[in-house]
Design a protein around this ligand. Structure first.
Ligand code: UDP
Length: 469
Protein backbone atom coordinates (compact mmCIF):
# COMPACT_ATOMS: atom_id res chain seq x y z
CA UNK A 1 0.00 0.00 0.00
CA UNK A 2 1.40 3.36 -1.01
CA UNK A 3 1.42 6.34 1.32
CA UNK A 4 2.25 9.82 -0.01
CA UNK A 5 3.10 12.78 2.21
CA UNK A 6 2.32 16.15 0.62
CA UNK A 7 3.59 19.47 1.97
CA UNK A 8 2.37 22.82 0.63
CA UNK A 9 3.67 26.33 1.04
CA UNK A 10 1.02 28.16 3.12
CA UNK A 11 -0.54 30.26 0.35
CA UNK A 12 -3.83 30.03 -1.51
CA UNK A 13 -2.26 29.66 -4.96
CA UNK A 14 0.00 26.82 -3.79
CA UNK A 15 -2.38 24.91 -1.52
CA UNK A 16 -5.29 24.86 -3.92
CA UNK A 17 -3.76 22.75 -6.75
CA UNK A 18 -1.74 20.59 -4.33
CA UNK A 19 -4.90 19.82 -2.39
CA UNK A 20 -6.65 18.94 -5.65
CA UNK A 21 -3.86 16.48 -6.37
CA UNK A 22 -4.09 15.06 -2.84
CA UNK A 23 -7.78 14.38 -3.33
CA UNK A 24 -7.14 12.78 -6.72
CA UNK A 25 -4.48 10.48 -5.27
CA UNK A 26 -6.73 9.49 -2.36
CA UNK A 27 -9.58 8.76 -4.79
CA UNK A 28 -7.14 6.60 -6.77
CA UNK A 29 -6.58 4.45 -3.68
CA UNK A 30 -3.35 5.88 -2.28
CA UNK A 31 -2.98 6.94 1.35
CA UNK A 32 -2.28 10.65 1.53
CA UNK A 33 -1.10 12.74 4.47
CA UNK A 34 -1.44 16.43 3.66
CA UNK A 35 0.69 18.85 5.68
CA UNK A 36 -0.30 22.44 6.36
CA UNK A 37 1.07 24.96 8.81
CA UNK A 38 -1.17 25.28 11.89
CA UNK A 39 -2.07 28.88 11.19
CA UNK A 40 -2.88 28.30 7.52
CA UNK A 41 -4.89 25.17 8.23
CA UNK A 42 -7.04 27.00 10.81
CA UNK A 43 -7.78 29.75 8.29
CA UNK A 44 -8.69 27.28 5.57
CA UNK A 45 -10.94 25.34 7.96
CA UNK A 46 -12.66 28.53 9.08
CA UNK A 47 -13.47 29.69 5.56
CA UNK A 48 -13.98 26.39 3.76
CA UNK A 49 -15.82 24.21 6.31
CA UNK A 50 -17.93 22.47 3.65
CA UNK A 51 -14.90 21.58 1.59
CA UNK A 52 -13.14 20.05 4.58
CA UNK A 53 -16.31 18.27 5.69
CA UNK A 54 -16.41 16.60 2.29
CA UNK A 55 -12.70 15.79 2.30
CA UNK A 56 -13.09 14.22 5.73
CA UNK A 57 -15.31 11.57 4.12
CA UNK A 58 -12.29 10.29 2.17
CA UNK A 59 -10.87 7.50 4.34
CA UNK A 60 -7.43 7.66 2.70
CA UNK A 61 -6.83 11.40 3.10
CA UNK A 62 -5.75 12.92 6.40
CA UNK A 63 -4.39 16.28 7.47
CA UNK A 64 -1.48 17.01 9.75
CA UNK A 65 -0.18 20.41 10.85
CA UNK A 66 3.23 21.78 11.74
CA UNK A 67 4.10 25.05 13.53
CA UNK A 68 5.53 27.89 11.44
CA UNK A 69 7.35 29.47 14.38
CA UNK A 70 5.70 32.90 14.09
CA UNK A 71 3.66 34.45 16.92
CA UNK A 72 -0.08 33.71 16.81
CA UNK A 73 -1.05 37.29 15.92
CA UNK A 74 1.61 37.71 13.20
CA UNK A 75 -0.11 38.80 9.95
CA UNK A 76 2.09 36.45 7.85
CA UNK A 77 2.10 38.52 4.67
CA UNK A 78 3.00 36.18 1.84
CA UNK A 79 5.08 38.92 0.25
CA UNK A 80 7.52 38.29 3.08
CA UNK A 81 7.68 34.66 2.12
CA UNK A 82 11.45 34.39 2.53
CA UNK A 83 11.03 35.06 6.26
CA UNK A 84 8.16 32.63 6.57
CA UNK A 85 10.11 30.01 4.65
CA UNK A 86 13.14 30.50 6.90
CA UNK A 87 11.07 30.33 10.08
CA UNK A 88 9.28 27.19 8.92
CA UNK A 89 12.57 25.50 8.15
CA UNK A 90 13.55 25.38 11.78
CA UNK A 91 10.25 25.32 13.61
CA UNK A 92 8.46 22.56 11.72
CA UNK A 93 11.36 20.13 11.52
CA UNK A 94 10.48 17.92 14.47
CA UNK A 95 6.80 17.67 13.64
CA UNK A 96 7.68 16.92 10.01
CA UNK A 97 10.06 14.16 11.06
CA UNK A 98 7.31 12.51 13.16
CA UNK A 99 5.00 12.57 10.15
CA UNK A 100 7.61 11.11 7.83
CA UNK A 101 8.35 8.35 10.32
CA UNK A 102 4.60 7.69 10.45
CA UNK A 103 4.71 7.93 14.24
CA UNK A 104 0.93 8.28 14.60
CA UNK A 105 0.37 5.61 11.96
CA UNK A 106 -3.02 4.27 13.16
CA UNK A 107 -2.76 1.44 10.69
CA UNK A 108 -1.46 3.61 7.88
CA UNK A 109 1.38 2.10 5.80
CA UNK A 110 4.91 3.54 6.03
CA UNK A 111 5.60 6.60 3.88
CA UNK A 112 6.44 5.72 0.26
CA UNK A 113 7.38 9.15 -1.07
CA UNK A 114 6.91 12.88 -0.62
CA UNK A 115 5.29 15.33 -3.01
CA UNK A 116 6.79 18.65 -1.99
CA UNK A 117 5.90 22.15 -3.00
CA UNK A 118 9.13 23.12 -4.73
CA UNK A 119 8.91 26.60 -3.16
CA UNK A 120 9.40 25.15 0.29
CA UNK A 121 12.95 23.99 0.79
CA UNK A 122 12.23 22.20 4.06
CA UNK A 123 9.51 20.17 2.36
CA UNK A 124 12.07 18.42 0.18
CA UNK A 125 15.43 18.82 1.89
CA UNK A 126 14.47 17.00 5.05
CA UNK A 127 12.93 13.87 3.42
CA UNK A 128 15.95 13.77 1.10
CA UNK A 129 18.20 13.60 4.16
CA UNK A 130 16.06 10.78 5.52
CA UNK A 131 16.20 8.88 2.24
CA UNK A 132 12.63 9.30 1.00
CA UNK A 133 12.07 9.75 -2.74
CA UNK A 134 10.79 13.26 -3.46
CA UNK A 135 8.58 14.51 -6.27
CA UNK A 136 8.57 18.28 -6.81
CA UNK A 137 5.26 19.99 -7.38
CA UNK A 138 5.67 23.16 -9.44
CA UNK A 139 2.86 25.65 -8.96
CA UNK A 140 3.97 27.78 -11.94
CA UNK A 141 3.55 27.18 -15.65
CA UNK A 142 6.17 25.03 -17.36
CA UNK A 143 7.29 28.09 -19.35
CA UNK A 144 7.86 30.15 -16.20
CA UNK A 145 9.69 27.32 -14.56
CA UNK A 146 11.95 27.02 -17.59
CA UNK A 147 12.81 30.72 -17.31
CA UNK A 148 13.65 30.21 -13.60
CA UNK A 149 15.83 27.30 -14.60
CA UNK A 150 17.73 29.56 -17.04
CA UNK A 151 18.56 32.25 -14.45
CA UNK A 152 22.16 30.98 -14.07
CA UNK A 153 22.57 31.33 -17.87
CA UNK A 154 21.18 34.86 -17.73
CA UNK A 155 23.62 35.71 -14.96
CA UNK A 156 26.55 34.11 -16.75
CA UNK A 157 25.81 36.02 -19.94
CA UNK A 158 25.42 39.28 -18.00
CA UNK A 159 21.79 39.70 -19.12
CA UNK A 160 20.81 40.16 -15.49
CA UNK A 161 21.06 42.05 -13.18
CA UNK A 162 19.53 44.82 -15.27
CA UNK A 163 20.61 48.40 -14.80
CA UNK A 164 18.03 51.05 -13.91
CA UNK A 165 18.09 52.51 -17.43
CA UNK A 166 17.81 49.18 -19.32
CA UNK A 167 15.66 49.10 -22.43
CA UNK A 168 12.88 46.85 -21.18
CA UNK A 169 11.67 46.05 -24.71
CA UNK A 170 14.97 44.42 -25.65
CA UNK A 171 14.60 40.68 -26.35
CA UNK A 172 16.15 38.24 -23.87
CA UNK A 173 18.73 35.92 -25.46
CA UNK A 174 19.51 33.38 -22.79
CA UNK A 175 16.25 31.67 -22.02
CA UNK A 176 16.72 28.84 -24.51
CA UNK A 177 13.74 28.24 -26.75
CA UNK A 178 12.10 31.57 -25.85
CA UNK A 179 14.44 33.95 -27.66
CA UNK A 180 11.61 35.21 -29.86
CA UNK A 181 9.09 35.54 -27.03
CA UNK A 182 10.55 37.15 -23.93
CA UNK A 183 11.47 40.80 -23.60
CA UNK A 184 13.26 42.03 -20.51
CA UNK A 185 9.95 43.26 -19.13
CA UNK A 186 8.61 39.70 -19.37
CA UNK A 187 11.26 38.23 -17.10
CA UNK A 188 10.12 37.17 -13.61
CA UNK A 189 9.78 40.28 -11.44
CA UNK A 190 12.67 39.35 -9.16
CA UNK A 191 14.98 39.13 -12.21
CA UNK A 192 13.94 42.62 -13.23
CA UNK A 193 14.33 44.07 -9.76
CA UNK A 194 17.60 42.42 -8.74
CA UNK A 195 20.45 44.91 -8.87
CA UNK A 196 23.16 42.45 -7.82
CA UNK A 197 23.82 38.80 -8.60
CA UNK A 198 23.45 37.91 -4.91
CA UNK A 199 19.96 39.37 -4.56
CA UNK A 200 18.18 37.07 -2.02
CA UNK A 201 15.10 36.46 -4.19
CA UNK A 202 17.27 35.63 -7.16
CA UNK A 203 19.33 33.18 -5.12
CA UNK A 204 16.18 31.65 -3.70
CA UNK A 205 14.73 31.17 -7.20
CA UNK A 206 17.96 29.61 -8.45
CA UNK A 207 18.03 27.26 -5.45
CA UNK A 208 14.44 26.10 -5.80
CA UNK A 209 14.72 25.71 -9.59
CA UNK A 210 17.33 23.00 -9.13
CA UNK A 211 15.27 19.89 -9.73
CA UNK A 212 18.15 17.51 -10.18
CA UNK A 213 17.63 15.86 -6.80
CA UNK A 214 13.96 15.12 -7.28
CA UNK A 215 12.71 11.87 -8.70
CA UNK A 216 10.23 13.70 -10.90
CA UNK A 217 8.56 17.05 -11.41
CA UNK A 218 4.80 17.58 -11.51
CA UNK A 219 3.20 20.47 -13.38
CA UNK A 220 -0.31 21.80 -13.18
CA UNK A 221 -0.47 22.27 -16.93
CA UNK A 222 -1.46 20.25 -19.97
CA UNK A 223 0.67 18.86 -22.75
CA UNK A 224 -0.74 20.65 -25.77
CA UNK A 225 -0.72 24.01 -23.97
CA UNK A 226 2.97 23.83 -23.08
CA UNK A 227 4.48 21.16 -25.32
CA UNK A 228 7.51 23.32 -26.16
CA UNK A 229 8.35 24.28 -22.57
CA UNK A 230 7.76 20.73 -21.34
CA UNK A 231 10.07 19.39 -23.97
CA UNK A 232 12.80 21.86 -22.89
CA UNK A 233 12.32 20.75 -19.30
CA UNK A 234 12.49 17.10 -20.30
CA UNK A 235 15.86 17.79 -21.92
CA UNK A 236 17.23 18.34 -18.39
CA UNK A 237 14.80 16.31 -16.30
CA UNK A 238 13.36 13.28 -17.99
CA UNK A 239 10.58 12.47 -15.57
CA UNK A 240 7.86 15.07 -15.63
CA UNK A 241 4.13 14.68 -15.28
CA UNK A 242 1.81 17.32 -16.76
CA UNK A 243 -1.45 16.65 -14.94
CA UNK A 244 -3.45 19.88 -15.20
CA UNK A 245 -5.71 21.65 -15.01
CA UNK A 246 -6.02 19.72 -11.75
CA UNK A 247 -9.34 21.29 -10.76
CA UNK A 248 -10.82 20.11 -14.06
CA UNK A 249 -9.28 16.65 -13.73
CA UNK A 250 -10.77 16.37 -10.26
CA UNK A 251 -14.19 17.51 -11.42
CA UNK A 252 -14.04 14.94 -14.22
CA UNK A 253 -13.15 12.15 -11.82
CA UNK A 254 -15.90 13.07 -9.40
CA UNK A 255 -14.05 14.86 -6.63
CA UNK A 256 -14.93 18.06 -4.81
CA UNK A 257 -13.05 20.51 -7.00
CA UNK A 258 -16.04 22.76 -7.61
CA UNK A 259 -15.65 25.98 -5.75
CA UNK A 260 -15.92 24.76 -2.26
CA UNK A 261 -12.31 25.57 -1.36
CA UNK A 262 -12.90 29.19 -0.53
CA UNK A 263 -9.39 29.59 0.79
CA UNK A 264 -8.34 32.42 3.01
CA UNK A 265 -11.49 34.53 2.76
CA UNK A 266 -15.17 33.75 2.83
CA UNK A 267 -16.75 33.48 -0.61
CA UNK A 268 -19.47 36.00 -1.26
CA UNK A 269 -22.04 34.07 -3.27
CA UNK A 270 -24.09 37.18 -3.99
CA UNK A 271 -21.62 37.64 -6.86
CA UNK A 272 -23.20 34.67 -8.65
CA UNK A 273 -26.74 35.88 -7.93
CA UNK A 274 -25.79 39.27 -9.40
CA UNK A 275 -24.30 37.63 -12.50
CA UNK A 276 -27.55 35.71 -12.99
CA UNK A 277 -29.25 39.07 -13.63
CA UNK A 278 -26.74 40.29 -16.22
CA UNK A 279 -26.86 39.79 -20.00
CA UNK A 280 -24.72 37.21 -21.81
CA UNK A 281 -20.99 38.10 -21.87
CA UNK A 282 -21.60 41.64 -20.63
CA UNK A 283 -19.49 41.56 -17.45
CA UNK A 284 -15.80 42.18 -16.83
CA UNK A 285 -14.67 40.06 -13.88
CA UNK A 286 -11.80 41.71 -11.96
CA UNK A 287 -9.59 39.90 -9.47
CA UNK A 288 -5.92 40.18 -8.58
CA UNK A 289 -5.67 36.90 -6.69
CA UNK A 290 -4.71 36.35 -3.08
CA UNK A 291 -1.34 38.12 -2.80
CA UNK A 292 -1.13 41.18 -5.08
CA UNK A 293 -1.21 44.57 -3.38
CA UNK A 294 -2.22 47.73 -5.26
CA UNK A 295 -1.79 51.38 -4.32
CA UNK A 296 -4.69 53.77 -3.87
CA UNK A 297 -3.59 55.56 -7.07
CA UNK A 298 -3.57 52.34 -9.09
CA UNK A 299 -6.98 51.41 -7.75
CA UNK A 300 -8.29 54.83 -8.79
CA UNK A 301 -6.94 54.34 -12.34
CA UNK A 302 -8.65 50.95 -12.57
CA UNK A 303 -11.91 52.37 -11.20
CA UNK A 304 -12.01 55.27 -13.67
CA UNK A 305 -10.91 53.06 -16.57
CA UNK A 306 -13.52 50.42 -15.82
CA UNK A 307 -16.32 52.96 -15.37
CA UNK A 308 -15.33 54.75 -18.60
CA UNK A 309 -15.37 51.47 -20.51
CA UNK A 310 -19.10 51.33 -19.83
CA UNK A 311 -19.14 47.58 -19.16
CA UNK A 312 -20.71 45.89 -16.19
CA UNK A 313 -18.10 44.90 -13.62
CA UNK A 314 -17.82 42.25 -10.93
CA UNK A 315 -14.84 43.31 -8.83
CA UNK A 316 -13.06 41.36 -6.09
CA UNK A 317 -11.64 43.88 -3.62
CA UNK A 318 -9.89 41.76 -1.01
CA UNK A 319 -9.83 43.31 2.45
CA UNK A 320 -6.01 43.45 2.27
CA UNK A 321 -5.73 44.44 -1.40
CA UNK A 322 -4.13 47.72 -0.38
CA UNK A 323 -1.76 46.20 2.13
CA UNK A 324 -3.10 46.10 5.64
CA UNK A 325 -6.45 44.48 6.41
CA UNK A 326 -9.26 47.00 5.96
CA UNK A 327 -12.82 46.18 6.83
CA UNK A 328 -15.40 46.70 4.14
CA UNK A 329 -15.20 48.05 0.59
CA UNK A 330 -14.25 51.69 -0.12
CA UNK A 331 -17.03 54.31 -0.16
CA UNK A 332 -16.92 54.70 -3.93
CA UNK A 333 -17.72 51.00 -4.28
CA UNK A 334 -21.15 51.58 -2.74
CA UNK A 335 -21.77 54.52 -5.04
CA UNK A 336 -20.87 52.49 -8.12
CA UNK A 337 -22.96 49.55 -6.95
CA UNK A 338 -25.93 51.91 -6.69
CA UNK A 339 -25.71 52.44 -10.48
CA UNK A 340 -26.50 48.73 -10.90
CA UNK A 341 -23.53 48.24 -13.26
CA UNK A 342 -21.02 47.18 -10.66
CA UNK A 343 -20.87 44.53 -7.98
CA UNK A 344 -18.05 44.54 -5.42
CA UNK A 345 -17.24 41.54 -3.24
CA UNK A 346 -14.39 40.69 -0.87
CA UNK A 347 -13.83 37.21 -2.34
CA UNK A 348 -15.73 35.32 -5.02
CA UNK A 349 -16.25 31.68 -5.99
CA UNK A 350 -13.89 32.34 -8.89
CA UNK A 351 -14.23 29.14 -10.89
CA UNK A 352 -17.98 29.39 -10.81
CA UNK A 353 -17.81 33.06 -11.78
CA UNK A 354 -15.52 32.34 -14.73
CA UNK A 355 -17.88 29.61 -15.89
CA UNK A 356 -20.89 31.95 -15.77
CA UNK A 357 -22.32 32.93 -19.19
CA UNK A 358 -22.58 36.61 -18.17
CA UNK A 359 -18.78 36.95 -17.91
CA UNK A 360 -17.19 38.44 -21.04
CA UNK A 361 -13.58 38.84 -19.92
CA UNK A 362 -11.28 38.57 -16.93
CA UNK A 363 -9.02 41.40 -15.74
CA UNK A 364 -6.42 39.35 -13.90
CA UNK A 365 -3.00 39.59 -12.26
CA UNK A 366 -2.03 36.47 -14.25
CA UNK A 367 -1.47 34.12 -11.33
CA UNK A 368 -1.04 30.62 -12.76
CA UNK A 369 -4.20 29.23 -11.14
CA UNK A 370 -6.29 32.13 -12.39
CA UNK A 371 -4.79 31.75 -15.86
CA UNK A 372 -5.56 28.03 -15.97
CA UNK A 373 -9.07 28.59 -14.61
CA UNK A 374 -9.65 31.18 -17.32
CA UNK A 375 -8.44 28.73 -19.99
CA UNK A 376 -10.66 25.99 -18.62
CA UNK A 377 -13.67 28.32 -18.77
CA UNK A 378 -12.77 29.72 -22.22
CA UNK A 379 -12.70 33.34 -21.01
CA UNK A 380 -10.40 35.97 -22.64
CA UNK A 381 -8.09 37.88 -20.30
CA UNK A 382 -6.71 41.36 -19.79
CA UNK A 383 -3.49 40.75 -17.90
CA UNK A 384 -1.95 43.08 -15.37
CA UNK A 385 0.82 40.96 -13.84
CA UNK A 386 1.99 41.73 -10.35
CA UNK A 387 5.04 39.61 -9.52
CA UNK A 388 7.22 36.50 -9.94
CA UNK A 389 6.00 34.21 -12.75
CA UNK A 390 3.02 36.42 -13.61
CA UNK A 391 5.12 38.55 -15.98
CA UNK A 392 5.79 35.46 -18.11
CA UNK A 393 2.23 34.14 -17.91
CA UNK A 394 0.80 37.41 -19.22
CA UNK A 395 3.31 37.49 -22.08
CA UNK A 396 2.39 33.96 -23.10
CA UNK A 397 -1.34 34.72 -22.89
CA UNK A 398 -0.96 37.44 -25.52
CA UNK A 399 1.96 36.23 -27.65
CA UNK A 400 1.69 32.46 -27.59
CA UNK A 401 -1.81 31.43 -26.59
CA UNK A 402 -3.60 34.45 -28.06
CA UNK A 403 -6.44 34.47 -25.56
CA UNK A 404 -5.82 37.89 -24.05
CA UNK A 405 -3.95 41.17 -23.96
CA UNK A 406 -0.94 41.97 -21.79
CA UNK A 407 -1.30 45.32 -20.03
CA UNK A 408 2.00 44.85 -18.24
CA UNK A 409 3.71 47.82 -16.56
CA UNK A 410 0.96 50.26 -17.50
CA UNK A 411 -1.72 51.45 -15.15
CA UNK A 412 -3.63 54.40 -16.51
CA UNK A 413 -7.39 54.75 -16.78
CA UNK A 414 -7.08 55.24 -20.57
CA UNK A 415 -5.13 52.00 -20.95
CA UNK A 416 -7.63 50.14 -18.79
CA UNK A 417 -10.54 51.33 -20.94
CA UNK A 418 -8.66 50.56 -24.15
CA UNK A 419 -7.73 47.06 -23.02
CA UNK A 420 -11.28 46.32 -21.86
CA UNK A 421 -12.65 47.29 -25.25
CA UNK A 422 -9.99 45.23 -27.02
CA UNK A 423 -11.06 42.16 -25.07
CA UNK A 424 -14.82 42.75 -25.14
CA UNK A 425 -15.71 43.94 -28.65
CA UNK A 426 -14.50 43.98 -32.23
CA UNK A 427 -12.42 41.66 -34.37
CA UNK A 428 -9.51 41.32 -31.96
CA UNK A 429 -11.87 40.38 -29.15
CA UNK A 430 -13.45 37.77 -31.42
CA UNK A 431 -10.04 36.26 -32.15
CA UNK A 432 -9.25 36.13 -28.44
CA UNK A 433 -12.57 34.52 -27.70
CA UNK A 434 -12.01 31.86 -30.35
CA UNK A 435 -8.53 31.19 -28.95
CA UNK A 436 -9.96 31.00 -25.42
CA UNK A 437 -12.67 28.58 -26.54
CA UNK A 438 -10.11 26.42 -28.29
CA UNK A 439 -7.99 26.31 -25.14
CA UNK A 440 -11.04 25.34 -23.09
CA UNK A 441 -11.72 22.49 -25.50
CA UNK A 442 -8.11 21.35 -25.34
CA UNK A 443 -8.13 21.51 -21.54
CA UNK A 444 -11.33 19.43 -21.50
CA UNK A 445 -9.80 16.88 -23.83
CA UNK A 446 -6.63 16.66 -21.72
CA UNK A 447 -8.51 15.69 -18.58
CA UNK A 448 -11.12 13.52 -20.30
CA UNK A 449 -10.99 9.75 -20.96
CA UNK A 450 -7.67 8.99 -22.69
CA UNK A 451 -6.54 12.66 -22.50
CA UNK A 452 -2.89 13.50 -21.84
CA UNK A 453 -3.31 14.84 -18.28
CA UNK A 454 -5.51 11.96 -17.24
CA UNK A 455 -3.04 9.44 -18.65
CA UNK A 456 -0.13 11.22 -16.95
CA UNK A 457 -2.01 11.15 -13.68
CA UNK A 458 -2.65 7.41 -14.01
CA UNK A 459 1.04 6.92 -14.80
CA UNK A 460 1.93 8.88 -11.66
CA UNK A 461 -0.36 6.68 -9.55
CA UNK A 462 1.11 3.49 -11.01
CA UNK A 463 4.67 4.78 -10.56
CA UNK A 464 4.03 5.57 -6.89
CA UNK A 465 2.36 2.22 -6.32
CA UNK A 466 5.33 0.56 -8.01
CA UNK A 467 7.65 2.14 -5.45
CA UNK A 468 6.18 -0.01 -2.68
CA UNK A 469 7.03 -3.26 -4.44
N1 UDP B 1 -9.70 33.07 -5.99
C1 UDP B 1 -10.95 32.84 -5.47
N2 UDP B 1 -11.76 33.93 -5.27
C2 UDP B 1 -11.38 35.19 -5.56
C3 UDP B 1 -10.10 35.41 -6.10
C4 UDP B 1 -9.27 34.32 -6.31
O1 UDP B 1 -11.33 31.71 -5.20
O2 UDP B 1 -12.17 36.11 -5.34
C5 UDP B 1 -8.81 31.90 -6.20
C6 UDP B 1 -8.63 31.62 -7.67
O3 UDP B 1 -9.70 30.82 -8.13
C7 UDP B 1 -7.28 30.95 -7.72
C8 UDP B 1 -6.55 31.50 -6.51
O4 UDP B 1 -7.52 32.18 -5.72
O5 UDP B 1 -7.43 29.55 -7.61
C9 UDP B 1 -5.49 32.50 -6.87
O6 UDP B 1 -4.38 31.83 -7.34
P1 UDP B 1 -3.43 32.45 -8.44
O7 UDP B 1 -2.37 31.46 -8.73
O8 UDP B 1 -4.20 32.91 -9.61
O9 UDP B 1 -2.84 33.75 -7.78
P2 UDP B 1 -2.15 34.06 -6.35
O10 UDP B 1 -3.24 34.23 -5.40
O11 UDP B 1 -1.27 32.90 -6.03
O12 UDP B 1 -1.43 35.32 -6.62
Amino acid sequence: MAHVVMFTFPAQGNASPILNLAELLALAGLHVTFINTENFHCRLLRHSPEHFARLSTLPRLRFRTVPDGLPKDHPRPILEFLNLERSLRTSSRDAYREILLNKDGNGWPPVTCVIADANLRLAYEFPEEMGFPVFFFRTTSAASFWAYHCIPDLLKAGEIPLSVDSDMDEMVENVRGMEKILRRRDLPSFCQRARTADDPFLLFAVGTADDTRSRAVLFNTFECLEAAALSLIRSVHQTTYAVGPLHSLLQGIGGTAGDTLSGLWEQDRSSVAWLDEQPHRSVVYVSFGSVAVVSEEQLAEFRVGLVDSGYRVLWVLRSDLMGSEKQGAPVWAGELEATGKMKVVGWAPQREVLGHPAVGCFLTHSGWNSTLESFAAGVPMVCWPFFADQQINSRFVEEVWGSGVDMKDVCSSEAVTRMMRAAMEGERAERMRLAAERLAEEARRSVGEGGSSRMEFLRLVEDIKGMTA
